[in-house]
Design a protein around this ligand. Structure first.
Ligand code: PGA
Length: 221
């Protein structure tokens, strides 16, 4: 089990003291998705920390886009990965439609960062043709995180067979792209999930707020 990606997603949680704590002793293998306001601070505290943003703007250039944060800006403050199209953003704000996810994907890759595109059970409908074409030539800069809606924050993880079958379909459809599994991953189930051959890594929500758990999961990778 070498080189599996361990990605945390704090969502809208955490504060500066938690960033301080994580920046001191987080396992270097973890990629940590923190609220964008904390990224510059975390990077200054620990420049080697692998930081992800949880979203970026659809707009590529600087300009009159109040409240937006561009991929370029995230990159400048030390971010290396950007999660895009998370189901919480696709559903609640309905802002991450296919067109916007595609724009964000291009912006992220253009800056040299890696995009983590989240999809759920309805994934063929979530990836349009232009995204698929783009994936073909940018496989080293993109991962797809499969996060079934039924598993996010519920404690209900699909069977390992189901995970493996779905990731196999995703890899076959999208040119062997790196695939992560996400949804109720924690310290008790991470070992068996990471043992699935097609699982190239995990995306962890709730459990990523607990430093000791996250470090323990990282040691399994
Ligand atoms: P969870 O969230 O681990 O709390 O289920 C996963 C996610 O939404 O990325």
């Amino acid at each position: 089990m070498i080189n599996k990606l361990i990605v945390g997603n704090w969502k809208m949680n955490g504060n500066l003291s938690l960033v301080d704590e994580f920046s001191q002793t987080l396992d270097a293998r973890v990629i940590l998705g923190i609220p964008s306001v904390f990224i510059a601070y975390a990077h200054l505290k620990n420049p080697t920390m692998q930081i992800a943003a949880q979203d970026c703007s659809v707009y590529a250039d600087f300009g009159a886009h109040t409240g937006e944060i561009s991929a370029e800006m995230l990159s400048q403050v030390g971010c290396k990965y950007v999660i895009i199209g998370h189901s919480e953003r696709r559903q609640t704000s309905n802002f991450d439609n296919q067109q916007n996810v595609f724009a964000k994907l291009q912006n992220v890759v253009k800056t040299g960062m890696t995009a983590i595109i989240c999809i759920d059970e309805s994934y063929p409908a979530l990836v349009d043709n232009q995204t698929k074409e783009f994936l073909k030539t940018n496989l080293d800069k993109v991962c797809i995180a499969y996060e079934p809606l039924s598993a996010i924050g519920t404690g209900k993880v699909p069977s390992l067979k189901d995970i493996s079958e779905t990731l196999s379909k995703i890899k076959n459809t999208y040119f062997g792209v790196k695939t992560l599994y996400g949804g109720s991953v924690n310290v008790s189930n991470a070992k068996e999930i990471l043992s699935v051959e097609l699982v190239d890594g995990v995306l962890i929500g709730g459990a990523s707020l607990k430093l000791s758990e996250l470090n323990e999961i990282a040691r399994l990778s």
